[in-house]
Design a protein around this ligand. Sequence first.
Ligand code: ATP
Length: 233
Amino acid sequence: MLKVTGVSTFYDNIQALKEINLEVEQGSIVTILGANGAGKTTTMKTIAGLLKARTGKIEFLGEDVTKLRPDQLLRKGLALVPEGRGILSNMTVLENLEMGAYHRKDSGVAADLEMVMERFPILRERKAQLGGTMSGGQQQMLSIARAIMSKPKLLLLDEPSMGLAPLIVAEIFKIIKEISESGTTVLLVEQNARQALRIADYGYVLESGRVVTNGPAQELLSDERIKAAYLGY
Ligand code: ATP
């Protein structure tokens, strides 16, 4: 579904990604692990069109999308939930959800709105509340729900559990699993490596802008080097 080949991304003359190769198969959950500054967010932003790849190629659904803008990618079915959520604070929960679907021309928007309200009851309860006045966990749910409203084929989630209490983190992971089971492919960046690998099919490890390891999530979970470096024992 997604194929990233030899992608390098720079911030001026600082090279943040060094010829990254990465693939995401349709229907899977793929996770990217790595320490702070390894290049995880840069990878997500490059795939989503927010940063330009200086070298390499990004293919989505068999098409070269390397030079496309975020809005063009969104129309093709690639949505990013950015780190730090990025919801519209001065709009209500309902308006935020409607914004997620603004580009859609199909007739399924009302049904999808109902579907996300079913999945996130708190959003129905709070639909008239301003986004910015919700708790961190609620804003994260709104951010994910807004992306679902764009009807993505591939959902990019950048650190969805960041800064949330353990109980909410568990709920977010459960929701990601459900999103996957309902047919959306997921690319997930997480500091919470163990939980991410538990729900993922495949994983990549980034160090200093390079992919240093990749493999089935189960194998990474039992890899001694990965355990020592990323899983805390
Ligand atoms: P984190 O978990 O801290 O978000 P990350 O793995 O997502 O880390 P990136 O944010 O992708 O890492 O950063 C990769 C590298 O690029 C780092 O060395 C970082 O300092 C650098 N970098 C990130 N954003 C910028 C920027 N706007 N300008 C210059 N350098 C940047």
